[in-house]
Design a protein around this ligand. Structure first.
Ligand code: ATP
Length: 364
């Protein structure tokens, strides 16, 4: 029996509700399947930790995560702490510390979801966005001087390196190649950004030669927003810089019905370090503590986590359970126009998993 070591970091806001729900789903899966088990370790890092210790996570915190097989993360964000502190002090510290350079965001319209694009059939929207996750506009390089004076100045320098662009392009082409349509769109802005983005385009062309079976095109980021809305079926795999993909993937999540559904994986493709999986939504303070958060984004993140561990069959089972639940509108949470609670959705998914295993063992 394989035992996977999973770190759970609920973080802030509704992260504290959806991550325990994700853990329950993994536990239900393991209970029903003797092939593997999970050993969880929970970390109380985030806003409350910051209030006690002045930092979002301990200085040597990465050492406690290093030997894990994967990390399940909630969200970082606190109304009383500036966003750049919560983000850089926790989530980005892990992403950058473990060089999780590929951020992967699948988007589909799940059964039963009333998505906002009226002319878009569910089959028309099946995307996977690859976000460069280690440099670019969020490289963290910059500074601020003469604060409060009329001559105050601030910079955020976007850094792109050949090594960084090559590795994310190669990852994206490989991912596109693994999907049935073998179709990749490279998002750019090389008309206005005439240095780094021109290099980005040039490297895309170079890497494309390694993948002759992948059909690819380029799209300016502004035009890409219109294409996502007007011609969603022309897109499949999409690769973009840190900032561009950050924005496009929120649009993608909204077009698929709700921010509460969308998952993401921060992947170290070379597997030198654990990869981290999380719903794309933030802390959502307006609904926290009420048991109303949609846990589906976390459950889909659990699916990605299982796929990363190589447990494809189990991943498929969880995805099927999710889709059975979203198809039942009585199990929709408030973000989807329903009244179901986090606990009800979680119990329903766990019950589906138990049923799926009973059915599988009867069939055997
Ligand atoms: P942060 O600043 O941490 O990114 P935020 O509150 O600004 O967080 P999100 O949490 O990403 O932004 O979400 C915006 C809104 O979408 C929330 O206020 C909430 O109403 C809704 N929302 C997001 N996630 C969920 C969810 N899982 N379930 C239900 N509603 C959600």
């Amino acid at each position: 029996m394989k035992t996977y070591r999973i770190a759970t970091i609920p973080g802030d806001g509704i992260g504290k509700e959806v991550i325990p729900a994700g853990r329950q789903v993994l536990e239900a899966l393991a209970k029903a399947d003797p092939a593997f088990a999970f050993e969880f370790e929970d970390f109380d890092w985030g806003g409350d930790y910051y209030r006690k210790h002045g930092v979002m996570m301990p200085e040597r915190g990465l050492d406690s995560l290093r030997e894990k097989d994967a990390i399940l993360f909630g969200s970082a964000g606190d109304p009383d702490i500036p966003d750049h502190i919560t983000l850089w002090g926790l989530r980005l510290k892990i992403c950058q510390g473990f060089d999780q350079y590929a951020n992967v965001r699948p988007t589909r319209i799940l059964p039963g979801i009333d998505a906002p694009l009226k002319r878009c059939k569910p089959a028309d929207l099946d995307w996977i966005i690859v976000r460069e996750n280690s440099e670019g506009e969020y490289s963290g390089v910059g500074g601020r001087v003469h604060q409060g004076h009329p001559i105050e100045a601030a910079t955020d320098v976007s850094i792109m390196t050949r090594a960084g662009v090559e590795r994310i392009m190669r990852f994206a082409f490989r991912l596109a190649q693994s999907r049935p349509r073998k179709l990749l769109t490279v998002i750019t802005k090389s008309n206005a950004q005439r240095h780094a983005m021109v290099m980005w385009d040039q490297i895309a062309l170079e890497i494309s030669k390694e993948f002759p079976d992948v059909q690819w095109d380029k799209e300016l980021v502004d035009a890409a927003t219109a294409r996502m809305v007007n011609r969603p079926a022309t897109l499949d795999t999409i690769v973009a810089t840190n900032l561009h993909a950050d924005i496009l993937s929120d649009l993608a999540a909204a077009l698929a019905g709700s921010l509460g559904i969308a998952p993401t994986g921060n992947i170290d493709p070379e597997r030198r370090y654990p990869s981290m999986f999380e719903p794309i939504h933030g802390s959502a303070f307006d609904i926290m503590g009420k048991g109303l958060a949609n846990p589906v984004g976390t459950f889909w993140s659990v699916v990605m986590l299982l796929e990363h561990l190589g447990e494809r069959e189990a991943a498929k089972r969880v995805m099927q359970a999710i889709e059975t639940i979203t198809a039942d509108t009585s199990l929709h949470t408030g973000d989807l126009g329903g009244t179901a609670t986090t606990a009800q959705v979680t119990a329903a998914v766990c019950a589906q998993l138990a049923k799926a295993t009973v059915a599988a063992s009867r069939a055997a």
